[in-house]
Design a binder for this molecule. Sequence first.
Ligand SMILES: [Mn+2]
Length: 326
Amino acid sequence: VKNKKIIALSISDIHIHKWKSHNEGMKRTKDTMKILQYVSNKAEELSVPVLCPGDLFHGEVGPILLSFVEDHWPSYFRENFFAISGNHDQEEKSFVDSQQPSMVTYFHKKGLLQCLDFEYRVLPDFFTYGIPYLTYNKGLLQAIENLAVSTSDNYYKILMIHTDLYGAKESDGREVGTVEGLPRDMGKLFEPFDLVLCGHIHKPQEIIPGKVIMVGAPQQQRKSDADGEFGYWEIYSDFSYKFVPLDWPSKFMFYNEGDIPGDDYNYWIMNRAEGVGVVDEDTLEFSSKSSTTHLAKAFLTATGEKRYSYKKALINTLKEADDDTF
Ligand SMILES: [Mn+2]
């Protein structure tokens, strides 16, 4: 297309987090802020907005982490970073008529970004709309349909949502098997929009060609991400897009017992003999699902525990425990 230009950048699932491993001197948070500054610089050079469909933060955030992030927050983002709340930005269950503050609404309140939860914004090249993560996707379908009806004009439209989608694959190649409340055929649902940017799954990927992308994460965050490519997206004036992999952020690297890790830059993990699992605290906690059953499964996989009675006991104990414990 002649005169095709970049009209936006998109980055998602940043998961600013109080990492338990590989985080000496806030190394991982520093890496994340470096990526945000990099994307901010690119966007500022191009004079385009940055669209972020959720999970800016992950889990509990204390004063040390929060102060660091605020001090290193790119100033260009204050007016030009448009975000929705992902499940990990939220503290409580999220329903259409009982929205609670999230890390994204909090950053909005502090003037650090523009929150688009159930909001839209008219930008130079398009409208953009956002629907935050809704627990069990309850009300998501209706919210998308309402939006489509209320915006039946000729201007270009980009929708931001945060959810599992049929056809999406995890970083390890498995297809996501946990879609709730959405049709398998999403063509009609998304027809009114020129582009749909979805957050939640960390593997960057196209879901419906020319229409729906899972933006993915900008960097490796879990051991299972070790072989994957991560980065951000360029969105063009004809609503085509291009994934831009980032090869310089720190990566998970493996070394053998007895060897010395290669450098201070990457996240080194010792290879263990097969069957002797090592529980990685971050991997356990760091799941897109936080149900007790999922956590129990992650634990059992990580430890390599196969005895049925142990499995059963753990799952039963967790089921009895309050969901909020996790
Ligand atoms: Mn998420």
